[in-house]
Design a protein around this ligand. Sequence first.
Ligand SMILES: Nc1ncnc2c1ncn2[C@@H]1O[C@H](COP(=O)(O)OP(=O)(O)OP(=O)(O)O)[C@@H](O)[C@H]1O
Ligand SMILES: [Mg+2]
Length: 599
Amino acid sequence: MPRFLHNVSDLIRRVLFLARPYGRKKLALVFFLSLAQGIFQVIGVTSIFPFLAIAADPERIRHSQFGLRFLALLPPMGNRALLITAGVIAIVGLLLSNGFNLLAEYARARYANNFAHWLRVRLLRRMASQPYGYFLQRNSGDLLRKVMNDVGTYTSGVLLPLLDSIARAVIAALLLATLFFVQPVIAVSAALGFGSFYVIVFRLLARKRREVNERSQRAFGGSYRDAQQMLGGIKPIKVHRAEEHFLGRFAGHSAVVAQMSNQMPIIANSTRYLIEPLAFGGLVLAVVVLAVQGRDFSDILPNLGVMAVAGYRLLPNLQLLYSQVTQFTSIRYSLDEVFEEFAAAEHDKESGNVEISLGKSCPIEWRDAITLDEVSFIYPGTDRPALDRFSLTIQKNMSIGFIGPTGSGKSTLIDLLLGLHRPTSGRVLIEGKPLTPELVPSWQATIGYVPQEIFLIDDTIARNIALGVPDDEIDNARLQEVCAMAQILDFIEIELRDGFQTTVGERGVRLSGGERQRLGLARALYHRPSLLILDEATSALDVATEAKLLEALRSLAGKLTMVVAAHRLSALANCDQLIDLSKMRVAANVSRRHDFVER
Ligand SMILES: Nc1ncnc2c1ncn2[C@@H]1O[C@H](COP(=O)(O)OP(=O)(O)OP(=O)(O)O)[C@@H](O)[C@H]1O
Ligand SMILES: [Mg+2]
């Protein structure tokens, strides 16, 4: 089976690649515990042999070579005492072997679970360190499934069964070797018989197994996405009465998952019900053969005992080995999913793509200007530039307004200023220094940013404004200050019963659009940015509130540089300079504002 062996060696290579950074020693320890488990099992089985032999015929044992050597180790004793000693040895042997079994199983499970925890954290961290563009290309449901589902499936469905099956293979080999000592012919025929039985069944079911797994994997992914999209977009889905459509799709996928799961035990366990009669038949045959040879019953009994106990250990072992190999070869996709992410990380390191460092950075003290020098940007997968050789200088403490029809590239320009995208060509310069990935974290710490769509976490207003600041470090006076500026302080203090401790619901569903926007603005102001970027940040406010808000921002003039993108001219009332992205030309000053047609 070269293909099977190739697959398994590739699987082991990938498993080792993932496990190495977690600790070679831990993996080695678990592996050796598994080996020791095999040895202890054999000790358990063989410890019964002297007892059975003494029970059948003590005199024969006393005169056999093995018996003589064994008895020399013990003080002289009568037959009954000998029988009891042998019995005690057998019981202790079994206890030891089972105790060790438990210990090894615990060690394996512990290793796999802690490893899963470590992998989950590393995987999510790795995702978080990706540039923003990475997330534009992926479905968050798929990423979530990798972290929450695939890692667990990998450790409990591939890694554990793989470690376990190595132990099982060792146990089976040792049991067969023991059997070989007692009855070489029977051992060889058992090895050949059982071995070929499992290999043949494994190969016969290969295609079925692949089909079941591919279908259930696809259906699982589908059901996950359908449920997530329906629950995430419940409002429009309810209004458009599309619930049944999503439920139907979900039910379709879920039914396939059930159907496929129903077939799994048949594929993995059907061999068990065939192998038991087969093995018992073999045992009967062995006894008959021994009897026909004219062997004495006292000779047959201990051999039979060992064979039965070895069979009682060997068979479940073989069966488990089979079902585990079936399992980890079938669901190795989970390994591949996790592996790909880390292999990509490794590749990035080699090709010099730095991951974005996480954690807080110190803001940049800048005095001069931000310059966009012939900046172009093309989104991956498109060929039309969203921004084409755009140049601009933003002087410190000035405010600049971007205007232009929808889709003209305002948000793209802002994302470039934020360092979320790297220009396809051209440069973004901060006081003449290019905005490199290394500079981005501290540059972002300099900026207060209000996006076009405000994201709120399902938590209190205070935690939403001081996003990511630990509770005991939240500055309540500052909260009040920024909320007053954002024209939301009265609402929070007067209308909300719990004030800053009110929870806003998932994505802020318990607030109005304008309240969400003003919270977004308060959040942007909280860290005293020297550059404030507003992307349609006042579009949901009435004109009077918007004017009050802009007035409050004007009071910061001289301390704040502002970049504002908007459709409504009212939002740009404070700007010293307006730039029309549709015409790509700079309007000299505010007095020409009326040149722009309001949309
Ligand atoms: N992730 C993306 N992948 C591919 N194309 C994109 C992506 N994001 C935006 N675009 C395209 O880039 C162009 C500029 O989009 P952008 O969001 O910058 O426009 P905008 O001026 O902010 O529009 P609006 O006023 O509607 O907010 C649009 O044509 C849009 O379709
Ligand atoms: Mg936009």
